[in-house]
Design a protein. Structure first.
Length: 207
């Protein structure tokens, strides 16, 4: 039986960590849809036309080293505003979402565009400052040379680009449960997400 959990939110809000934990809790498959765009962005940085890269994307492309770098993240945000890129990746995501056994997808337009009929929708967010601090610490731990103000500026720039793009802008679905992780640790955020999904599932059973 198919059961789709759509988890959206801006960069570094914690949606990836929460999505993986939710998928493990319910025994569902998980897809980080941002990796699709990062893989296309990586190919663009390598000189490949982004539309062609999206149309020819393979599952193995999601396992390439270096997809989590800041440069690839910015490239992913740039290719994500291209309608032809989004269209090319649409079918892949929707097929994954309706697979038997349940699926958790996280991204920026899962609940609004990719899976508007998802059985449960969450929108995970946090302040720009908190998200930039998390990203900064992650980059430094990985050996990158940067500073907090640069990361904060990049975070705000990406937020603006994602929220104002013409095609599938980042925004909560009307029926999404909001989870602000600014002052939550991982355990509390995951617990809130699981509780929200269980509550939504119960509502649908009653309905």
């Amino acid at each position: 039986m198919a059961f789709t959990i759509a988890i959206d939110g801006p960069a570094a809000a914690g949606k990836g960590t929460i999505s993986r934990a939710v998928a493990a809790h319910f025994g569902f498959a998980h897809l980080d849809t941002g990796l699709l765009y990062r893989a296309v962005g990586r190919k663009m940085l390598d000189g490949v036309d982004p539309i062609r890269a999206a149309q020819e994307l393979l599952p193995t492309d999601l396992q390439v080293q270096g997809l989590r770098t800041a440069a690839v993240g910015q490239a992913a945000s740039r290719v994500a505003v291209i309608p032809e890129v989004r269209a090319a990746l649409l079918d892949f995501q929707r097929a994954f979402a309706r697979r038997d056994g349940g699926a958790v997808l996280d991204g920026r337009d899962i609940g609004t565009v990719i899976c508007p009929e998802a059985e449960a929708k969450l929108f995970v967010t946090a302040s720009a400052e908190v998200r930039a601090r998390r990203r900064f610490e992650e980059l430094v731990a990985g050996g990158a040379e940067t500073d907090f103000e640069t990361v904060l500026a990049e975070t705000r720039e990406r937020d603006h680009r994602d929220a104002t793009r013409a095609d599938a802008p980042l925004k909560p679905a009307q029926d999404a449960q909001m989870i602000d992780t600014s002052e939550l640790d991982v355990e509390a955020a995951v617990a809130a997400a699981i509780s929200a999904v269980e509550a939504r599932s119960l509502e649908r059973l009653k309905g």
